[in-house]
Design a protein around this ligand. Sequence first.
Ligand code: ADE
Ligand code: ZN
Length: 339
Amino acid sequence: MDLSSYFRALPKAELHLHLEGTLEPELMIRLAARNKVEIPFRSVEEIRAAYRFTRLQDFLDIYYRGMDVLRAEEDFHELTLAYLERVAADGAVHVEVFFDPQGHTARGIPFTTVADGILAGLAEGHERFGITSLLIMCVLRHLTEDEGFATYREAEPYIADERIAGLGLDSTEKDNPPARFERLFAAAREAGLRLVAHAGEEGPASYVADAVDRLRVDRIDHGNRALEDPALVRRLAQRGMTLTVCPLSNLRLGGVANLKQHPLKRMLDAGLKVTVNSDDPAYFGGYLLDNCVAVAEALGLEAADLVTLARNSIEGSFLDAPARKTHLDSIDRIAAMEG
Ligand code: ADE
Ligand code: ZN
């Protein structure tokens, strides 16, 4: 079996995916017309040509502007469903997806419009594609902790009945250390939310350490720059901290010059619990399977590595123990057949 078919056959979870980052140019144009929103592009080609980034902030500027076409509950529903259809075709059985409520409420779109649309999409995706999901709301770290708290209060009814399962931290990493959000993350932990944070994407290894020690996260999103601190790497490996790595995102945002230099294999060799994810696939040129195949080919990964990555994605998920066991058993069955 070729690499791509083998990876597709392995049950996997995607754990680092921004729903707004799945907005394909075709849908952007359609929603712009439907909602009568002016966009500075006339064609899919023009939009794709604009997706040239050298660093995170270049991408974020376009990403926040692109969101402007998302206005109604049905827009969020459609966006979510399109992603689930796409990732189910890649062999994903479970996803834990991020959304950025502040990117929408700042434009006057009610929190409930966004969350209800996404949740309807997730429910329909489960029915149609059999894919399970959890929803994680992120706060934007370029804003204040008080603004994060205001959004958190809006989310409380969804947190109380577990429609929102986790809290994340994203956006501009440089000069926005995790420690700024310590009180918010403590409150979220108290309320039973699972916690994740982007760290070590562009920011230093110390931000990864702070996300672990001060925010007490359950997972690190990216984490690449942790490699600059060997003692931290040992600590992350020892406690089995999951790192949600995004190869094509790292490539497009200049974290690595080419995929042959990607640190994923070094991370695996260091004993880190690494997973592969797509981050913002509409912007970075590939969904889950594209990321897996591109990095596996560039780094010469073997079948055993692919199995480890699939296992890590299930073990690092927030699924309950019986669901994890079901997926891990089926990974092991496929691995035994191929082995
Ligand atoms: N928001 C969407 N994608 C992001 C990324 N890769 N890093 C930080 N914030 C983001
Ligand atoms: Zn991300």
